[in-house]
Design a protein around this ligand. Sequence first.
Ligand code: 5GP
Length: 122
Amino acid sequence: MSENAPSLFTRIISRDIPAEILYEDELCIVINDIAPQALVHMLVIPKQEIARLVDAGQADQSILGHLLLVAGEVARQFGVDDAFRLVVNNGADAGQTVFHLHLHILAGAKGSKEFLEADIGG
Ligand code: 5GP
């Protein structure tokens, strides 16, 4: 457990703050982004608080792999497995605004400019 206040996403995971929860297992949660930048914009979030991708270490190898597998699985579930993007913003200067690791899944009409050009930085 973090010594600091729980992150926004931890508060969503604990149902302290409402969100559209699309998938959950013992290790992670998938929610709809509150400000979608594409037709489909979901966030894959580990239950473990890792602030940024670079803060993950060897001990986090299996959770990192799990997040990618879940991203593929929910993309399949939502019918966008043929065309989606995964984005991780690492650090404020890269547009990260919530310092609890998360993968953005972005999809739209197949090959559409909308999701190919979505700017999900901050
Ligand atoms: P970042 O900019 O850190 O890569 O991504 C954070 C994302 O979290 C943004 O796309 C933002 O729209 C989303 N977000 C921020 N606050 C909330 C919230 O309260 N609920 C949900 N569902 N998404 C949020």
